[in-house]
Design a protein around this ligand. Structure first.
Ligand SMILES: *[C@@H]1O[C@H](CO)[C@@H](O)[C@H](O)[C@H]1NC(C)=O
Ligand SMILES: *[C@@H]1O[C@H](CO)[C@@H](O)[C@H](O)[C@H]1NC(C)=O
Ligand SMILES: *[C@@H]1O[C@H](CO)[C@@H](O)[C@H](O)[C@H]1NC(C)=O
Ligand SMILES: *[C@@H]1O[C@H](CO)[C@@H](O)[C@H](O)[C@H]1NC(C)=O
Ligand SMILES: *[C@@H]1O[C@H](CO)[C@@H](O)[C@H](O)[C@H]1NC(C)=O
Ligand SMILES: *[C@@H]1O[C@H](CO)[C@@H](O)[C@H](O)[C@H]1NC(C)=O
Length: 920
């Protein structure tokens, strides 16, 4: 800006401060501040025209050294996400200074020894990941009551609240999410209110000031009413709104209780804002026309100013909205009050109503989704893994989001990988968490791209970003390297290329045709043999773990497998002309053990948030009221088998993804669990042959600081008592079986201190009873701290979730894994010969077990054999929860590769117990 322009501007600003709200009726001429204010009302939000003249980022930290990253594969975000430049990127002053080929000698002359030269050695580099939906800092981890700042309980409509005011700078998630490549996130207020308040885009790195405000990217001037120059366009503001309705405000019980109430609350609020806007516009048209007679004060309201900005189109409105009925309500609202919507979030049914969404006022909103997290409440029941690709096919912008800590944003890339797996094109999958999310946030002028003049937010990856398990080897934010001593895993060359994916065209079409509820049941083949041809390998449970029954040396020597009544009768060189056989071509695929799911209420739950669809929690003897006498009093014991629900959608989806069975314990909110059950995910009901594979698996208990009941010491005392001197009643029998070593005792525990008490308790009981007992710890976030002791005590561990997160205080010393630590929880425990399995927390995650175990193996740096990897999700789970690793012999067949390959599809499940082969 030239001085001739700057001087009057400065004057304007001064006047602005000097005359806050003058009584105009007394003035013959308008003060400049009002003129400026009225002119400013007409400005659209965004960067100033000369933004790209900058030579230094406003976020540049003096002392940051320039970096030259050489020999990289740069995904720039250009050309609709298809531009890939093989070359170098120079970053300096918090910005990308150039992309292409640089002569480092010349640069060294310019920058001297300050320049850091990094040879990326052909590695992929993308822009930093931009998370469009996060509660990082506002719903902090570990969760402590003093740092839950995302939901106000002060009413349903709260556009005046600001997530910034609750932004905790000490959330343990910052370094973890940075380690996953997240550099920017939009921090939304919670969803307990219909309008939750203003959201703020932040960069995740630590700042020298250590304040919340210093993390904000392009802080809107309204955060402190400091308008540096009223002729500058306003900066984008952000608002979280809770669609009409939905079930959250509903469940919180605001207002009335139904969608009709919420929509009316919205209309009232928008009407108020629109009226203020109209008054302002009338006031300003009079003022700017020079008619100052009786003008009075400028109409404004601290309470409503943000919503007024929404109806002025100067706020990126993020709407949390799931169902067709709710999109419809929002479309009406946006047209009635004429405001654009930036994105619909969660948006489970968006893929069913793309034309409706296009009717929103203004540009068509983007759709921000989870990949496979669905069905957790009724409005998410029709969610589909094919939504990203279907929406993209309709020309809508698709974003993947974390809703951190709902999903750990460290793994937001995994959401994009899954969207890609189910058919979202490669360019759009990467853009969904970088350039497109930046653009929907109104920040595409500086983040989301690798371009000269953009912020120096970059991620160097150890593989192609869409390859499962891709991990940053370095992350730059504002040009500052964030990983001090990154642990980088060497990956095979094949991981550097676009991963192959299966074809899901038929399934995607069915998702729409059946309005989100396509039939998922397989076709069962009984009585007839099934012949699998072009089989590369067969791995089955043997006496000492998984053993190769057959393995082709090369593609010309692929084998054949014959299964009769679900049992493999021949593998390798088998006659193919079996009479009456169904022939399935595996195209160099494999047959391996069916996976076993554990940890979620799979088999006891259809929709978590709907009580009438779940088995429900058991009584706890330690809670108020205890267990009613008629149920058996404190000696009662509950069997999960009695509450089993078959063919839930999540069970069928998991089945289709190679998980043939699951073990579930009764749902408990207290110390007592009950008896687990092993059941088949393919069976239609409990009375079907092979539906219940083992009626009683192990005895489940919990020992946790976070239980609402009595102290941990009381919980351990109770366990001691029950093991050494069981109480009268049916539970007596089962605790005796535990102390005889006949039944595993499975204890959910997270803290290393509690796990240590359990190891001591095991010793004590074994000493008193003179026998070894079987003990398994589940959850186990801090188990790695006791790897040696667990190994010596022969106590196995089911890590749940597979990749730890500091949800609660008792998880906080979890092991992060690469790039933050060399070991993962799995490799740290296996180093001491601890038997390890991996579990899931939510029923919708059961289907991803194959990805979880494959990922665990990459992170262990290629130290695990295929058999060891598959055991994490099959035989080890069986061993740890039933005491027997080979119980049912279910197998699954994958086409085009094995179960651990990203690009393969499960085409059949073989069950000798059920006497059939299921095919899809
Ligand atoms: C962007 O890429 C997608 C998927 O590859 C394609 O369908 C779409 O037409 C492209 N858009 C433009 C503007 O080129
Ligand atoms: C919200 O807070 C204000 C100011 O403290 C108070 O007057 C009002 O009653 C509160 N409203 C609700 C619904 O709690
Ligand atoms: C905020 O409220 C929503 C809706 O009730 C809920 O899902 C979320 O867990 C709440 N956030 C926290 C941190 O409790
Ligand atoms: C107000 O916030 C801006 C960031 O938007 C900051 O640069 C400025 O220093 C702040 N002013 C005051 C008085 O705090
Ligand atoms: C783990 O088991 C292997 C094979 O039995 C043994 O060689 C090794 O010493 C054991 N490691 C530890 C730490 O106990
Ligand atoms: C992999 O194996 C090597 C050699 O045994 C060992 O030094 C290294 O610590 C292992 N790495 C992991 C992550 O387990």
């Amino acid at each position: 800006m030239q001085w001739s322009l700057l001087a009057p501007t400065i004057l304007l600003c001064l006047l602005w401060y000097i005359y806050p709200s003058p009584r105009l009726s007394k003035l013959s001429r308008p003060p400049l501040s009002i003129v400026a204010k009225c002119r400013a009302l007409q400005l659209q939000a965004g960067p100033p025209d000369n933004f790209h003249d900058r030579t230094e980022s406003d976020r540049f930290v003096p002392g940051t050294r320039p970096h030259l990253i050489q020999n990289a594969k740069l995904w720039t975000g250009g050309d609709n996400g298809t531009e890939i430049i093989s070359g170098d990127v120079l970053i300096e002053k918090g910005m990308v200074k150039g992309v292409g080929q640089f002569n480092s000698a010349v640069l060294l002359e310019i920058y001297g020894s300050e320049l850091v030269v990094i040879d990326a050695n052909g590695a992929w580099v993308t822009p930093g990941i931009v998370d469009i939906h996060s509660h990082l800092g506002d719903a902090s981890s570990p969760e402590l009551s003093g740092a839950i700042d995302d939901n106000s309980s002060n009413g349903t409509i709260q556009p005046w609240l600001r997530s910034l005011d609750g932004l905790n700078t000490h959330d343990d998630s910052y370094p973890l999410s940075i380690a996953g490549g997240i550099t920017t996130a939009l921090i939304l207020p919670g969803s307990g209110n219909a309008i939750g308040g203003q959201a703020f885009a932040i960069k995740l790195r630590k700042t020298q000031e250590r304040s919340s405000t210093s993390m904000v990217l392009e802080a809107p001037y309204q955060i402190n009413s400091s308008f540096p120059d009223p002729t500058l366009p306003p900066r984008w503001r952000h608002m979280k709104s809770w669609s009409p309705l939905g079930e959250n405000p509903h469940s919180v019980g605001w207002y009335g209780d139904v969608r009709m109430d919420t929509i009316y609350a919205f209309r009232q609020a928008y009407n108020t804002a629109s009226q203020i806007k109209r008054q302002q516009d009338e006031y300003c048209s009079q003022a700017l026309s020079g008619d100052w007679e009786g003008l009075g004060e400028f109409p404004e309201s601290l309470q409503w100013e943000a919503l007024v900005d929404v109806v002025r189109g100067r706020v990126k409105v993020q709407i949390h909205c799931y169902e067709a009925v709710d999109f419809d309500g929002m479309v009406r609202l946006s047209n009635e009050f004429k405001f654009p919507i930036s994105a619909f979030h969660h948006a489970s049914e968006a893929y069913l109503v793309p034309d409706l969404i296009k009717k929103t006022y203004g540009p068509t909103p983007a759709i921000a989704l989870f990949a496979t997290n669905a069905r957790y409440k009724r409005e998410a029941y029709r969610g589909s893994e094919f939504a990203p690709r279907i929406l993209a096919e309709h020309g809508l912008t698709v974003l993947m989001k974390s809703d951190h800590p709902v999903l750990n944003s460290r793994y937001l890339l995994y959401e994009a990988q899954q969207a890609y797996f189910y058919g979202l094109p490669e360019n759009l999958a990467i853009a969904s968490i970088t350039s497109n999310s930046a653009s929907v946030m109104g920040m595409a002028h500086r983040i989301g791209y690798i371009k000269e003049g953009w912020d120096a937010d970059l991620v160097v990856w150890d593989s192609h970003p869409l390859a499962l398990g891709a991990t940053p080897s370095q992350v730059f934010i504002d040009g500052i390297p964030q990983l001090l001593d990154p642990h980088v895993v060497e990956k095979p060359e094949v991981f550097q290329h676009t991963p192959p994916i299966p074809n899901f065209d038929k399934e995607a079409k069915a998702a729409v045709e059946y309005e989100g509820l396509p039939p998922l049941e397989p076709t069962s083949i009984t009585k007839r043999p099934v012949v699998f041809i072009n089989v590369r390998s067969v791995l089955t449970p043997g006496a000492s773990g998984l053993e190769e029954l057959f393995s082709a040396t090369d593609d010309r020597a692929l084998g054949t497998v014959v299964a009769v009544d679900g049992r493999i009768t021949c593998a390798g060189l088998c006659a193919m002309d079996v009479a009456d056989a169904t022939v399935i071509d595996l195209q160099a695929g494999s047959i391996s053990p069916g996976l076993v799911s554990f940890g979620s209420p799979l088999g006891l739950e259809h929709i978590a948030a709907e009580e009438s669809t779940v088995d429900g929690p058991i009584y706890d003897p330690l809670s108020k009221g205890g267990v009613p006498e008629i149920v058996g009093g404190d000696g009662a014991i509950i069997r999960a088998a009695d509450g089993l629900l078959f063919r839930t959608r999540d069970a069928l989806l998991a089945y289709r993804a190679g998980v043939t069975s699951a073990i579930v314990a009764p749902t408990s909110e207290g110390v007592f669990g009950g008896l687990g059950v092993l059941f088949s995910l393919g069976a239609a009901h409990k009375l079907e042959r092979g539906a219940v594979l083992q009626e009683i698996t192990g005895l489940h208990m919990r020992a946790m600081q976070s239980l609402s009941g009595p102290s941990v010491s009381t919980q351990i005392a109770l366990l001691r008592r029950l093991l050494l001197r069981p109480v009268d009643g049916p539970s007596n029998l089962w605790f005796n079986k535990v102390t005889k070593g006949e039944l595993p005792l499975v204890v959910e525990a997270h803290s290393a201190d509690i796990i240590a008490s359990l190891i001591l308790l095991k010793r004590e009981v074994e000493h008193a009873k003179g026998r070894r007992i079987q003990m398994t710890i589940t959850g186990a976030a801090e188990a790695h701290l006791l790897a040696k002791e667990l190994g010596e005590a022969g106590v196995g561990v089911i890590l749940n979730p597979a990749r730890s997160f500091p949800f609660l205080w008792e998880d906080r010393r979890m092991l992060a894994g690469p790039p933050l630590t060399k070991h993962t929880p799995v490799s740290a425990l296996m180093a001491y010969n601890v038997t390890v399995g991996v579990g899931v927390l939510e029923i919708c995650d059961a289907r991803n077990t194959r990805f979880d175990i494959a990922w665990a193996s990459f992170a262990a740096g290629g130290n695990m054999s295929k058999a060891q990897v598959l055991a994490l999700g099959s035989t080890n789970i069986m061993q740890l929860l039933t005491g027997n690793s080979r119980l049912h012999g279910d197998m699954v067949a994958t086409r085009g590769g094995d179960l651990l390959d990203f690009g393969t599809k499960v085409v059949a499940a073989l069950s000798p117990t059920r006497g059939l082969v299921d095919v899809w």
